[in-house]
Ligand binder design. Structure first.
Ligand code: CTP
Length: 468
């Protein structure tokens, strides 16, 4: 069977290799995605001979300015349009037990295909003039793509032991492509799960994020749990599992609830950090769980969860920047819109939420709606309707008071100039009372009234107006 290779780079490689008697193949993820009809952003080329040499020739031909050569690994990478193209010589790898670093030697195409993770990723397409477009598929990967199966080309224990990240990758592909993991392959993941500890956190998190970005992340999250990997890589999430019954009081399984919330949010948004917020919204529950005479409580779990976020992000090597702050903020605020559901709520409560959530108010509302996992349709409808009302109230107050991304109308400098004060605690006290007065609706959110209010507050604290 011949495959259509539309990208111009393939013809360029064909022309170059036909002149130099080299053989090159496109291999791995690109071929898999081509067959699946999925878009791809990178192309891997395997060369019988030097990958670097071919890359240099290709770069010259296409006028590529940036070519990155990694002599130590025998690879070269260049960009062509929006595609990243990597060249490598065909190789044979052998691994020792305690290291991820393989011993590498030159090999045949077959050696190269043998060392790959899954049959669906071992497909190659020939780029030589004679066999251009011919599929080389020694493990019948095409059949596994059709059957939607993830299976290793070699004994799974060898494949996973060579690079234990592949256990995460198997689950990631199952989640991303909606494939099944072949039972003996999955058993090998369970058996080898502890080897994940030799893999770097960054690589694990990369795969984890890809699971979170799949259409239905619960699929991958459940497989992580079933395989025993979840407990090793994400104990906080693992601890949410299970139901406890005491004195006839049970509670929901917070892990099952959480992964449903992640699925719900994934239907609405491709924002990875919003998905993280969904994953972590109840992460404080196990630590706050208490049985009372009325049943289970998880008092202040949103605050406990909020404080857990930085530690989790740090361990997972996730960015410790505004993405983390955003995630933590949504965890902290996720119960607040519920308190606005009541028929009669003060504008002040609404103003406070707009003030606290700022630009992320819409995302917070999306998270709250995703948090509804009731199986009873009537209840679900009612909850959604409640939030619809909350959204309307937020909109009304927002339009009137413009509190989103609120900037204090009176700065510290104005306060100090007006009262001839030095920077001091009182400046902060006055600023805070102006903010509270606006949030409580005592004064409107404008300069004139805030200025008047400031004068009163300053005087109350014993400050006199600047006479200059
Ligand atoms: N590969 C492997 N073992 C790994 C990583 C990668 O065998 N631990 C091989 C696979 O053949 C894979 C190819 O290298 O197809 C390219 O890897 P990568 O770019 O990481 O993944 P893709 O399969 O291309 O998938 P994606 O682009 O979705 O990450």
């Amino acid at each position: 069977m011949k495959h259509k290779l539309r990208h111009p780079i393939f013809n360029i490689i064909k022309d170059i290799t036909s002149k130099s008697q080299k053989e090159a193949f496109v291999i791995g993820g690109f071929v898999r995605d081509l067959i699946l009809g999925r878009p791809s952003k990178d192309i891997d080329i395997v060369v019988l001979g030097s990958g670097i040499e071919l890359a240099v020739e290709v770069a010259r031909k296409i006028g590529a300015i940036n070519i990155n050569i990694f002599k130590r690994f025998g690879t070269a990478m260049l960009k062509y349009g929006d595609m990243e193209i990597e060249f490598v010589g065909a190789r044979k790898e052998s691994y020792s037990k305690d290291s991820r670093r393989p011993f590498v030697e030159k090999g045949t195409l077959e050696d190269d295909q043998n060392r790959r993770d899954f049959t669906i990723n071992s497909l190659a397409i020939c780029l030589s003039e004679k066999n251009f477009g011919k599929l080389i598929d020694p493990f019948n990967g095409i059949n596994d793509i059709e059957k939607k199966i993830i299976i290793t080309p070699l004994d799974p224990s060898i494949t996973f032991s060579d690079d234990p990240l592949r256990m995460m990758r198997a689950i990631r592909f199952a989640s991303q492509l909606n494939f099944e993991i072949y039972a003996p392959t999955f058993r090998a993941i369970k058996y080898n799960r502890k080897r994940i500890k030799i893999v770097s956190r960054e690589r694990i998190t990369d795969e984890f994020n890809k699971i979170l970005m799949s259409k239905k992340p619960s699929r991958g999250l459940k497989l992580l749990d079933k395989s025993g990997l979840l407990e090793l890589i994400f104990p906080e999430l693992f601890n949410m599992k299970g139901i406890e019954i005491i004195n006839g009081f049970g509670h929901k399984d917070n892990f099952i609830h959480t992964i449903q919330v992640v699925d719900n949010i994934s239907l609405k948004s491709n924002n990875l950090w919003l998905r993280w917020a969904a994953l972590l919204h109840d992460i404080g529950k196990p630590r706050t769980k208490k049985i009372t005479t009325d049943g289970w409580t998880f008092h202040a779990h949103e605050f406990v969860g909020y404080h857990m976020v930085p530690k989790i992000f740090k361990r997972m090597r996730l960015p410790l920047n505004e993405k983390m702050k955003y995630t933590a903020k949504l965890v902290r605020l996720h119960l607040r819109p519920i308190s606005l559901v009541e028929e009669i709520v003060t504008d002040s409560a609404i103003r406070r939420l707009l003030f606290d959530a700022g630009d992320d108010t819409d995302d917070l509302m999306m998270l709250c709606e995703a948090d509804i996992t009731s199986k009873i349709e009537k209840k679900k409808k009612q909850f959604l309707n409640n939030f619809k009302n909350v959204r309307a109230k937020l909109k009304e107050v927002e339009e009137r008071d413009k509190l989103r991304n609120w900037q204090p109308p009176i700065s510290g400098d104005i306060i100090m100039n007006t009262f001839n004060m030095k920077p001091s605690r009182d400046v902060g006290i006055i600023k805070k009372s102006i903010r509270e007065a606006i949030l409580n609706g005592i004064i409107p959110n404008n300069y004139e009234q805030a200025f008047e209010f400031m004068i009163k507050e300053g005087k109350k604290l014993g400050h006199n107006l600047n006479s200059d």
